[in-house]
Design a protein around this ligand. Structure first.
Ligand SMILES: [Zn+2]
Length: 375
């Protein structure tokens, strides 16, 4: 009898296209990383037992220890996804693009149920299609970051300095940072009880990430010198054609700006995009994440976006500068603890490398990666 694998589970759990065929290589790699992090952060006693009894990966005892928790993990995590949210974003962004006579050739925006990271990609899954692939962690961590700083921004807007909940949310922000940096999406999972006042920051962050990828789709369809929105300065045009990543960022912030013009009560919509890069800039500056080589640094991207906002709406820009100050203050009070936790986590993880690599081998076998000689 054919044992169900993760792709069958994925296909069962949503209306996404035949994932058993889709993006096999990347998806398996992602799934394996998630499994490893799950065993390290949630099931360390199993690693400890492996260390104590030293069973071989192929042995019955080893599979007895690992099989159940792994199956449990796959069943539960892969059922969760943000596909519905992605579809809503896609439709809203497409409305704006249609106003500019752009009809992008995209077959779907798909959540691939990987939780331990933030990333999206414009790729083909089957060779002839165009898709935007989004890790579930993208939406999940966006949600955590936005919800934990939103009360701060509300109090900045209302001019009051003291909030009864400030300590609580600062703590949530700290947990969210640590969770993201240690690939542990359970870190802030169930501890967030309060509902945000408005969703525009989260909306902006998610829509920015998606429309950045739509920017790549646009440039691949129309060429890097094409530009769909109102005309931009020669200097900016040069900047865009020198680096498609910057082009995609401008495409995305213009898209957000048009959504903002339609719904101008969404004051924090464009801040969502800026806040995303501000947080990443802070992580980069502390050496908590690497400065990317295939994208401009988050610091540069933050500045491009803020420059653009200053040009289109100076009052909004002033408001965002106040937000920036507030978040820097927030970070100032938590960054020592975040750093300590993350470095301690990385150090401790070193002690379990042998056991984790056994789990990796087993997971690869379970997900049938080895049969096709995939890495
Ligand atoms: Zn990009």
């Amino acid at each position: 009898m054919k044992r169900k694998n993760v792709y069958d589970l994925l296909a069962e759990s949503s209306n996404r296209p035949g994932l058993s065929e889709a993006q096999k290589r990347a998806l398996r790699k992602n799934a394996i990383n998630d499994i490893i992090e799950y065993f390290y952060s949630m099931r360390r006693y199993i690693l400890w037992l492996i260390r104590l009894f030293r069973p071989k990966t192929e042995s019955f005892f080893f599979s007895f220890l690992v099989y159940g928790p792994m199956k449990f993990y796959l069943r539960h995590t892969f059922k969760l996804n943000y596909q519905d949210v992605l579809d809503i974003h896609k439709n809203e962004i497409n409305e704006v693009l249609a106003d500019h006579n752009i009809n992008l050739n995209i077959d779907g925006i798909n959540d691939v149920a990987r939780w331990s990271g933030i990333n999206a990609e414009f790729t083909s899954w089957f060779g002839s299609d165009n898709r935007i692939t989004v890790l579930s962690g993208t939406m999940y961590f966006s949600h955590l970051f936005c919800r934990s700083v939103e009360p701060l921004l509300v109090s900045i807007d209302n001019g009051d300095v003291h909030s009864a909940f400030e300590r609580y949310f600062r703590n949530m922000f700290k947990r969210s940072c640590i969770g993201f940096l240690t690939n542990n999406h359970r870190k802030g999972w169930s501890r967030m009880f309060l509902i945000p006042e408005d969703f525009s920051m989260l909306d902006g962050m998610e829509k920015f990430i998606i429309s950045h990828e739509m920017g790549h789709a646009f440039f691949s369809q129309y060429g890097i010198t094409a530009w769909p929105f109102e005309s931009i300065s020669h200097q900016r045009k040069e900047l865009i054609s020198s680096d498609e990543e910057i082009g995609a960022d401008f495409f995305a912030i213009h898209t957000l700006c048009h959504i903002y013009l339609k719904h101008n009560d969404k004051k924090r919509l464009m801040w969502g995009a800026c806040m995303f890069f501000l947080v990443f800039r802070l992580f980069e500056e502390e050496g908590l994440i690497y400065i990317p080589t295939n994208h401009p640094s988050s610091k540069d991207r933050y500045h491009y976006l803020m420059d653009y906002i200053r040009e289109v709406d100076s009052a909004l820009y002033d408001r965002y500068i106040r937000y920036e100050k507030g978040i820097l203050g927030f970070w100032e009070s938590v960054h020592d603890t975040v750093k300590q936790n993350v470095f301690r986590y990385k150090e401790n993880r070193q002690n379990y490398l042998a056991e984790l690599s056994q789990i990796e081998t087993y997971a690869k076998h379970y997900l049938r990666c080895s049969e096709e000689g995939e890495e």
